[in-house]
Design a protein around this ligand. Structure first.
Ligand code: MG
Length: 376
């Protein structure tokens, strides 16, 4: 499929912050994806929790497998829409690089600790990782990615932080949060692919962990529709295969729904360039009925999985680990390795250090510093 006129074109990129000669065989977006795959932060995603703590079992998603699933779904949708698949893949693989250990619990705890010092936002942290924290190149900090990749990584940003970014980089990736415009279609697509991926894999992990049951899922229209269709065709099917087949059909239906609804929105908008798409309001979306069903599924997972007593009990301890790590390093920065101890912006250095940790390194460090094992 040839690129659509509204696709991001690597040959018309707004470029890198530090100019570099083009690669002989790869576009800028392909090169960005490769830089992300080789980064330290990317490798650590394998030991970071998505919902279940990493040590609770080897069967559950981690941030790495989640990111790969987002990239797969993103590419599947990008291709028929004529969007740039390489950019989608780069953004998808990088979108969670700034996540703390212990999933949302770790991030909430770190944000609390950082309230007096400018807060902590994981999207902004993903951007910090690729702009500043990776140390791989002789002449600059970070990975020096293309504007379009960085724009996609910064999915949300508070106005205050957008203003700070704008001061450092006028007209850069913070600008759209002040102008209230959209990112590229590829970035919009990654946001939706993220949602499709976690809704589906959290059902899977939730059921296999025993925290939610197939019976409970009967109230979720989107899942129940495909469970019934599966059983109509395969009346004997049960257990794992019934679960997987229902999820597989649900994923396909969502992918085709996004493709159809987005094609329709693009046609109606008449946009003919990537920049016109940025100015046109959100264009990549579900149809209205699918958006409602996806919302219902999300609510179900919130009530029955993310707030399940067994999940909140461990995440409660994880929050305490992050809080106590923060206090220990802030009081004695020499406890941090890797040059973080020498930084003048002490609290931000502590936040960067903790955010970069895997679940098990954070638990080990906590035990070393406090003598208590909260997450054995
Ligand atoms: Mg994600």
């Amino acid at each position: 499929m040839s690129p659509a006129p509204y696709a991001s074109d690597p040959h018309r990129s707004r470029g890198r912050r530090h100019p570099e000669p083009a690669a002989p065989t790869r576009t800028g977006f392909q090169r960005d994806r490769d830089r992300i795959v080789h980064s330290t932060a990317f490798r650590r995603l394998v030991y970071k929790t998505q919902v279940f703590l990493n040590h609770e079992g080897d069967l559950f998603r981690t941030r790495l497998t989640h990111s790969l699933e987002v990239a797969q779904l993103g590419r599947s949708i990008a291709r028929p829409l004529g969007l740039n698949e390489d950019l989608v893949e780069a953004i998808a693989l990088a979108h969670d690089l700034g996540h703390t250990p212990f999933g949302h619990a770790g991030q909430d705890a770190l944000n609390d600790c950082m309230q007096p010092h400018g807060g902590f936002e994981h999207n902004l942290q993903s951007l910090r990782v690729v702009d500043q924290l990776e140390e791989r190149y002789p002449l600059f900090d970070g990975l020096n990615l293309c504007f379009e990749t960085r724009e996609g990584i910064l999915k949300h940003c508070s106005r205050a932080n957008a203003q700070r970014l704008e001061e450092r980089e006028p007209g850069g990736v913070g600008r759209r949060f002040l102008d209230r415009t959209q990112p590229s279609l590829e970035a919009q697509l990654c946001n939706l692919a993220d949602e499709i991926a976690y809704n589906a894999h959290d059902i899977d992990d939730g059921v296999r962990s025993g925290l939610i049951s197939l019976e409970q899922l009967e109230e979720v229209q989107l899942f129940e529709r495909f469970r019934r269709l599966t059983l109509a065709e395969h009346p004997q099917l049960q257990g794992r295969r019934l679960l997987y087949e229902s999820i597989r059909r649900m994923l396909s239906a969502q992918v085709y729904d996004v493709i159809d609804a987005t094609q329709e929105a693009l046609r109606a908008s008449g946009v003919a360039s990537a920049d016109a798409a940025r100015a046109a309001g959100p264009l990549v979306s579900f149809s209205a009925p699918m958006a409602a069903q996806s919302g219902q599924l999300k609510q179900f997972l919130l009530r029955n999985l993310y707030r399940h007593p067994q999940v909140t009990e461990t995440t409660g301890r994880a929050k305490l680990v992050v809080r106590q790590l923060f206090d220990a390093y802030a009081a004695d920065p020499a406890q941090m390795a890797g040059g973080f101890d020498a930084r003048q912006d002490r609290e931000r250095a502590v936040a960067d250090y903790i955010a970069g940790m895997t679940d098990r390194f954070a638990a080990k460090e906590h035990e070393r510093l406090t003598g208590r094992a909260l997450l054995p």
